[in-house]
Design a protein around this ligand. Structure first.
Ligand code: SAM
Length: 289
């Protein structure tokens, strides 16, 4: 069971070199200082159904965790980090930070049959490599589900971050972590009664052009936001505690009017227009005090 005072969480497991290995749109790394004080005092089982880069998960390092993301390429990376981190580190050493190499690796998924025949290690290495070298670390796919972010042209990206990969691997192998790649609603169905759920979905767009919701094919629409609020209502009626992050739009505030809403200031990092990367308000919704 996790007991913590303010920032201190699970001292037995806590490995301070554990940080997210993927840069992820909407990543919560810079919001941790605002989110952690809002967590419940005790967490026995932790569930993150929209895990992405897992900033809060890797900060908390809960002993029991249900970790899910609909993006199977992403969860595939975590599976390989767990099962074969040394092979992954070796495979990453083959990649170079150069435009020609980048586009050739990016295009591996254009040939579906060939891509399907690649090993899990090779696929995971590709995603980590593209994440470090593509523009803004943005995982973006086209209508055919093919990775299509352009080359980032960074001076010295850390393609082989062996210490971080080994730290994540150690955590995934020490704790009881269940990794899945499902729609979030499936994960919520089968949680223990004492589970705490942190939901960090694709955000309700602040304007039609300003926000990124295209993590996966099909995006995340307002109907999806309503379905998610209904899932939160269901968690609430089952007596499970939840905390949810989202954009501070009027629509979201109305959806969650029955709950406690805190406003926090976030830095938006993923926006192609650097002038629009300033501070934005977000909501943190909780069904507990
Ligand atoms: C805002 S990001 C999460 C960021 C994460 N908290 C972090 O710190 O990096 C939202 C995630 O939800 C995932 N997602 C989108 N639709 C989903 C669905 N229906 N079920 C589960 N995950 C979904 C996306 O693939 C994306 O990784």
């Amino acid at each position: 069971m996790l007991h913590y005072e303010k920032w201190e969480v699970n001292p037995l497991l806590k490995n301070r070199s554990l940080t997210p290995v993927l840069k992820w749109a909407g990543g919560k790394r810079r919001l941790l200082g605002s989110l952690i004080p809002l967590l419940p005092q005790r967490i026995t089982a932790y569930c993150e159904p929209f895990a992405g880069g897992g900033a809060l998960l890797f900060q908390l390092q809960p002993a029991t965790a249900f970790v899910n993301d609909i993006n199977a390429e992403l969860t595939g990376v975590y599976e390989v980090i767990k099962s074969d981190v040394e092979a992954l580190i070796t495979a990453l050493q083959d990649f170079t930070n150069e435009a020609g190499a980048f586009y050739s690796v990016r295009d591996w998924d254009r040939d579906k049959e060939k891509y399907a025949s690649l090993s899990a290690v090779k696929k995971a290495a590709r995603i980590l490599y593209l994440n470090k070298t593509c523009y803004n670390g943005l995982f973006r796919v086209n209508n055919a589900g093919e990775f299509n972010s352009p080359f980032g042209n960074y001076r010295k990206p850390n393609i082989v971050n062996a210490p971080a990969l080994r730290a994540v691997s150690a955590y995934l192998n020490t704790a009881a972590v269940k990794l899945t790649s499902l729609d979030y609603a499936e994960v919520l169905k089968n949680l223990p009664q004492d589970a705490f759920v942190y939901l960090d979905p694709p955000y309700d767009p602040v304007s039609d052009t300003s926000s990124f919701t295209g993590y996966a094919k099909g995006g995340f629409t307002r109907d999806d936001q309503i379905r998610l609020r209904q899932s939160c209502d269901e968690l609430n009626s089952r007596g499970l505690k939840f905390m949810l992050s989202n954009a501070a739009t009027d629509f979201i505030k109305e959806q969650y009017a029955a709950y406690h809403i805190s406003i926090v200031q976030a830095q938006r990092t993923i926006n192609s227009d650097s002038a629009k990367r300033g501070g934005v308000e977000e909501v943190v919704v909780r069904n507990y005090k």
